[in-house]
Design a protein around this ligand. Sequence first.
Ligand SMILES: Cc1cc2nc3c(=O)[nH]c(=O)nc-3n(C[C@H](O)[C@H](O)[C@H](O)COP(=O)(O)OP(=O)(O)OC[C@H]3O[C@@H](n4cnc5c(N)ncnc54)[C@H](O)[C@@H]3O)c2cc1C
Length: 386
Amino acid sequence: MSVIETDEQKQLRAAVAALAERYNYVDYVLPKARRHEPLTELWSEASKLGFLGVNLPEEYGGGGAGIYELALVQEELAAKGCGLLLVVVSPAICGTIIAKYGTEAQKQQWLPGIADGSKIMAFGITEADAGSNSHRISTVAKRDGDDWILSGSKIFISGVDQADAVLVVARTEDAKTGKLRPALFIVPTDTPGFVKTPMEMDIIEPDHQFTLFLDDVRLPADALVGEPEAALMQLFAGLNPERILGAAMAVGLGRYALDAAVRYARERTVWKDPIGAHQGIAHPLAQCKIELELAKLMMQKAAALYDSGDDFGAAEAANMAKYAGAEASIKTIDQAIQTHGGGGLTQEYGLASLLGAARIARVAPVSREMILNFVSQHSLGLPRSY
Ligand SMILES: Cc1cc2nc3c(=O)[nH]c(=O)nc-3n(C[C@H](O)[C@H](O)[C@H](O)COP(=O)(O)OP(=O)(O)OC[C@H]3O[C@@H](n4cnc5c(N)ncnc54)[C@H](O)[C@@H]3O)c2cc1C
């Protein structure tokens, strides 16, 4: 792994930043976010330019690069305030899992559309009663001849209204032991028995979350992704990219807030010098800069490990990167608001509206506390208390 990016990666950053500049936060994203409207125009233009499928195999219409490049795309979009939540889900989780474990027919059916953005696949693992304890999920898939019958419910599933299908994590019954084990199913959103209900969230962001009710949803045999036996491995093939992309979005958002704060601190003068000359303003911003850079470095490490095929090494780094990115971005947005004084709470600067969205990264896709549990147990070897 090199910490110095290649010329191609630098060019990709510059191209994404140029696109994101045109779809800036205050003029494009914020009005849409206030109306909870998806960023369709940006999604479609970014896809046409090949940015959103950059990690997917070339033979299925992707860019043939890695999660590193997709994270770089997400970071640069978010650095202009226009990160795309569904990039974390559609090309990063679902695209990766299907590319690695899907059948040839599933790859043909889904990857070209995910790569060019014309198809979106949401991802559903969370359930109300299981929460962070995914081992407790109770959505069950039973065999009925060659078909599968899926029943259960999901909560907090992002972007189902924009999605053509949801990759649902369920359980199948082991014929021999009767034990339930995880399995992944592609469920088109127009399948009879698939019911989505928007949740009343209190975050200013373009995408919606949904509860799903799967009422004996009948699926063909080929809805199952990969082997039921390898489901956990398949799941982690998608969850590490999810954390890396979550970290990238958080780091980018932090960069956006820091840029706004620095710009304001250079200009705003209420004594004889701009407020940025006061260490009470400058030092917290310098700390934010350091913490964002450190989070970014861990995100790059996680992506490089993942792309090298080291799933287990990537898991520790991806968890740390998601933790560090979320904390640095929330702190930076808060400090950017403080730097703007009363202005930080006005609609003109649109900074206060970012707080809720930034906090998503502390809770999802895995909460801060569950990451601390992971590091306590796996990195430090401490006993598990739950
Ligand atoms: C905006 C948003 C978008 C989302 N999108 C999706 C999506 O697209 N698909 C999807 O499947 N899910 C999605 N989620 C769900 C998200 O992954 C969960 O909210 C998250 O995993 C936490 O689960 P929970 O909300 O049930 O919290 P809980 O598990 O109920 O936890 C509540 C609190 O207790 C803490 N806690 C729980 N167990 C422990 C423990 N053992 N030790 C210490 N602390 C603990 C948690 O850290 C948390 O602070 C989304 C959530 C949000 C908010």
